[in-house]
Design a protein. Sequence first.
Length: 419
Amino acid sequence: MQRVRLALPYFKERGWEATVLAVSPESIEGGVMDKHLEDTYPADIRIIRVTGLSSRFTRWAGIGNLWWRCGRAFTHAGDELLKNEKFDLVFISTTQFSAFQLGPRWLKKHGVPFVLDYQDPWINDYYRLTGVRPPGGRIKFALSQWQAARIEPVALREAAGIISVSHSYGAMLADHYPWFAANRLKLLPFGASQADFDALGQYQPVKPLIDFRDGCFHHVYAGRCGPDMTFALTVLFRAFKQFLQTHPAQAQKMRFHFIGTDYSPPPLGRDWVMPIAKTEGLLDYVKEHRYRVPYFDSLYYLRNSSALVAVGSNDPTYSASKFFPYVLARRPMLMIFHRDSPILRFALKVGAGVAYGFSGPEDITSLANEIHRLWFVEGGCNQYFSFDHSAFEPFSAVRMVDGLMAVFDDALKKRSAGA
């Protein structure tokens, strides 16, 4: 939804009238209401919210999947909308990949072309190749991959346009489907909007998770964590553990906060960071709030931090959309990502923060030593370096919308040409 939200203010001036079809917040298990975020929606945008089956009636059977609970109602609402009104294009932007099947359905029933937005890869070989346990468990993940193998090829063949947050997804799709041309996929990062930080103003969470006035030095990370981030977290904690040994008085004042690390709603989910902190003997210095927080709460924590830490996946294709607001928060920032990550390339291009890249576990010790010296001992954690605004401009919300409109226009040209 983040891409759509960022784009909504620009649709009308680009000649598009948007209607948003979305699942109602009360149907989203663990969803957080953010009135401040809703206030950023343009007043003239029509939003239709669909209510599905509440997880209260399914959780006893271990079923929380949003599509399984709401997909039928969502499909019906879309069918009615397209039957009774005229639309030129359907844009499917979600991480609920099962919704991709609606593109071919609505093209066949209503003649409306569709564009797909890949925010993650649907078929993902990472867990099979590494042996890492996927989020949700192996059975649910296997079911997702089986479903993808049935739905994804049809959706890809019939899509009038395909965009993605990572350049690697095109090659991955071409590898899975020899008939698919990787250049069909247009790279279009989420980007970020300075307007969000302008709207933040004096905003403060109702119950702040961090007391920024306690005299401590607070490192903040906001976003998902998981078993694929073990290397980056280990590097960070081992560097800090060295600092505890070499400069105990300074280190005693440092804290590390990891916020919104798990997708599961209360009281479900699990900690991903604390087991690693425990292994490294750092439980007194690390806090993890696994549950999701409102978007503007996360911006508050980023902007008021002493420094930011951005840890990346062991998977080189991982592209973290959360990184763009990190840059606009304008705080000292330490980044630890896979050497081939698109985020690391972006960070180096715009000069944002202090960036380190790893290839595997063999790099942990050397990187930890370097971060200990440069970030902690020599005070890199206190130094903010302004990023290159001209290099960041292509990743702004405005430029993202430019690319999105080009894809939409191209999709309509294909329809007119009968492609």
